[in-house]
Design a binder for this molecule. Structure first.
Ligand SMILES: [Zn+2]
Length: 606
């Protein structure tokens, strides 16, 4: 018999009853897990890691099982396939790995304390309880927890607590969800709460080492983010509460556990009076990112980890969409252009770079395999490109349909493109295919050839690169209506340039707003025209021109010396550009190439 790739193919859990007794002093976990599900065959497996299984029963009868540590599995032989209830008794260590169930250490007034929290993504739920620990294996969960409880301690989870009996805290049954999103925490916590317009309880939880007003900023952003997403997605927040918890020890930045989002303390609790705007923006975008996942990722989850890029890229885009709506005065998209766009353009110009979508079978490979500049920065740019192409009305309609079709279930990237394609009447899937499955990006050359305005595309490289003739479906977003919406050919002629210039009354440009993932090399005539009118461009579009010039110089398609005389033209609007990294970088690179005391150097210093 061929071994099933995913455990879910052999056994499909429908409901879990999880009982956990956690002792901080002894650093032990004692657990009992009852899983009701459908066995598709008699040889099934559950995930486990570091669990010591003492008994395993199927429908009340002992059944043979073996522990397969390399596969992080318990292999079970059932008497027959079909509906079955498995009961597993086990113990596990409480380890300091910041994965699974783990302690966070901190001090209040010189007293050492700890909070127990969880981190299950990607594959650490199996360290807490035996399960089919795969995103597609969605089920409902009843969680019951007992711990060495001290007076005044609080326990929270994905769902509200419904009762306490003999020191055991029972939580309400969850909605159908993935194992990696289960979370709970307990300890000596303070909290602040509010309620959204639609009645969702919002809370911020932290240790008492924080001043109470350090919870206020996050509470406001979380409340308004949930309200924003309920409106933008046109889909209600599916749980009774949305708790945000700051953990003293945390390996990632934040984690989107459904209804109980966990954060590194510095990314949630801030002193409202002594925090820079930049830090506030960072905290707000992180909260907005995690809350975007409550629908995209949690309500609808990727079928398998190969679409993790989509989960993250989508949230990366939405954090900007949301924060821009909550705080328009922050001009947060300029930060996207400053942080994400250059990272993606730089890395993706390297020959041999990976494509956004990569086949992954083993979840353990994900971290080592994923190149964050590609998977997250380029991935987010892909979604920003789609958003710019189809517009917010189609995006929202498509998302609404997508959530409706797949809620409490799973989907693949293709399902999203289908939904967005239907809403926009564009073949989004075909367009995205060329960007997601191919590495790299094109440079579009815009030139006047024999009086005709022409465009051509070619892969752009920094350093050595082998051109294998890749072509992209490029959303051009030109300011001339004559340019096609999607440029898919190698070369296109748009018409008589002099006439087009006259009709349009402005310099020819493509990728207006810098939302598509390509760069443009304008010929001298077109570039001169743009530069003569550069003060009419906004900060992002000015920045884009500088970015292009720098990248083209790095890719040896332009010389650094040619850029120098251009820099003073941007001087008038420097203050409009929030971050001048690109400019400084150009200036820094130029110092390497421009001879001292040359005319070019003098211009650079001007
Ligand atoms: Zn995320």
């Amino acid at each position: 018999m061929t071994e099933a790739t995913h455990f879910y193919q052999a056994f499909q859990p429908a409901h879990y009853e999880l009982y956990l007794a956690i002792n901080r002093a002894n650093k032990t976990i004692t657990g009992k897990t009852t899983i009701t599900g459908e066995a598709k065959q008699t040889a099934i497996a559950l995930h486990q890691k570091y669990l010591k299984v003492s008994a395993l029963q199927a429908d009340g009868q002992d059944v043979p099982f073996t522990i397969d540590d390399p596969a992080e599995a318990i292999r079970i032989t059932l008497p027959q396939s079909g509906k079955v209830t498995l009961t597993i008794d086990y113990t596990a260590p409480l380890t300091d790995t910041m994965m699974g169930i783990y302690p966070s250490y901190y001090e209040v007034d010189g007293v050492k304390k700890q909070i127990i929290g969880t981190q299950f993504e990607t594959t650490a739920a199996r360290q807490a309880f035996p399960s089919v620990d795969e995103p597609e294996a969605k089920a409902t969960f009843d969680l019951a927890i007992k711990f060495d409880e001290q007076p005044g301690e609080t326990i929270i989870s994905n769902m509200p607590e419904i009762r306490e009996e003999n020191g055991v805290h029972y939580f309400d049954t969850t909605v159908r969800m993935s194992t990696y999103l289960i979370a709970f925490a307990f300890g000596d916590l303070q909290n602040k709460q509010t309620t959204t317009k639609s009645g969702v309880k919002i809370g911020v939880f932290a240790t008492k080492a924080h001043k109470p007003n350090e919870l206020d900023f996050a509470l406001d952003i979380a409340k308004r983010s949930i309200e924003f997403y309920e409106d933008f997605y046109q889909t209600p927040y599916p749980l009774p509460h949305s708790w945000q918890l700051a953990l003293p020890d945390f390996s990632a930045g934040a984690m989107e556990n459904w209804g109980l989002v966990t954060y590194r303390e510095a990314l949630l609790t801030i002193d409202p009076d002594n925090t820079s705007l930049e830090t506030k923006q960072r905290v707000a975008t992180v909260i907005a990112h995690e809350l975007a996942h409550q629908w995209f990722g949690d309500l609808v989850t990727m079928k398998w980890w190969d679409d993790l890029w989509l989960n993250e890229s989508f949230a990366n885009m939405m954090e900007y969409v949301a924060v821009d709506a909550l705080q328009p005065d922050w001009h947060i998209w300029e930060a996207f252009q400053t942080l994400e766009a250059p990272m993606a353009l730089q890395r993706d110009a390297t020959d041999g770079v990976q494509s956004v979508h990569v086949q992954v079978e083993d979840p353990a490979e994900i971290d080592s395999l994923f190149d964050s500049a590609i998977v997250y920065a380029k991935g987010a740019r892909m979604l920003v490109m789609v958003r710019a192409l189809i517009g917010d009305d189609a995006l929202r309609a498509g998302l609404k349909a997508y959530f409706e079709a797949h809620k409490f279930g799973n989907a693949a990237g293709a399902d999203l493109w289908t939904a967005l394609g239907k809403a926009s009447h564009l073949d989004v899937g075909k367009i995205m295919q060329s960007w997601l499955e191919q590495p790299g990006y094109p440079v579009v050359t815009a030139a006047v050839v024999d009086g005709k305005l022409t465009l051509s595309q070619q892969q752009f490289f920094i350093g050595a690169g082998k051109d294998v003739g890749r072509q992209w479906q490029i959303p051009l977003n030109s300011n001339y209506a004559v340019a096609p919406q999607i440029f898919a050919e190698k070369k296109v002629t748009l018409g008589d340039y002099a006439q087009l210039r006259k009709e349009n009354g402005k310099p020819f440009r493509v990728n207006v707003g810098n939302n598509s993932h390509f760069i443009v090399q304008y010929d001298e005539q077109l570039m001169t025209d743009i530069l003569a009118n550069v003060d009419q461009l906004n900060a992002i579009d000015q920045r884009q021109i500088i970015q292009y010039l720098r990248l083209l110089a790095e890719g040896r398609k332009n010389s650094y010396g040619n850029i120098v005389p251009l820099l003073p033209r941007f001087a008038a609007s420097h203050s409009a550009i929030r971050d001048l990294n690109a400019l400084f970088r150009v200036a820094g690179d130029l110092k390497k190439f421009v001879a001292p005391d040359s005319d070019a150097e003098k211009q650079l210093q001007a």
